[in-house]
Design a protein. Structure first.
Length: 119
């Protein structure tokens, strides 16, 4: 029983470590779809993650999201609370470092990758 408890605590600590790495402001530096640059100005896309588990997101055409986020098993989960009909979204975290991270998502069968740098 104590082994199971230790594993649960370890997994929880790892998730919190990944969430803590995300805390701060992030600016997109490249956005690709199926390996090709998208015609979207990366400067218009960014995240801000907070210690309390909340996030803000901005994108093109003045699109905004804000709500709760979590990280589990290499996936970033977000739940937008600004848009009433929102559902939980998930994207794969490809890599995360002190000054950069990358996410991958499937948008209607097309693979999109966003690379971000810490501001």
């Amino acid at each position: 029983m104590s082994l199971v408890l230790a594993i649960v605590i370890l997994l929880s600590a790892c998730a919190n470590l990944e969430e803590n790495k995300l805390v701060g402001k992030w600016q997109a530096v490249s956005i690709t779809e199926d390996g090709m640059p998208m015609p979207i100005p990366p400067a218009e896309v960014g995240f801000e993650f907070f210690n309390n588990g909340f996030y803000n997101y901005r994108s093109t055409l003045s699109y905004k999201e804000a709500g709760k986020f979590s990280v589990e098993n290499g996936m970033l989960y977000t739940m937008d609370t600004l848009n009433k009909a929102s559902t939980e979204k998930s994207v794969q975290i490809l890599d995360i470092a002190q000054d950069s991270f990358s996410i991958k998502m499937n948008n209607e069968g097309k693979i999109q990758v966003v690379r971000l740098h810490r501001q």
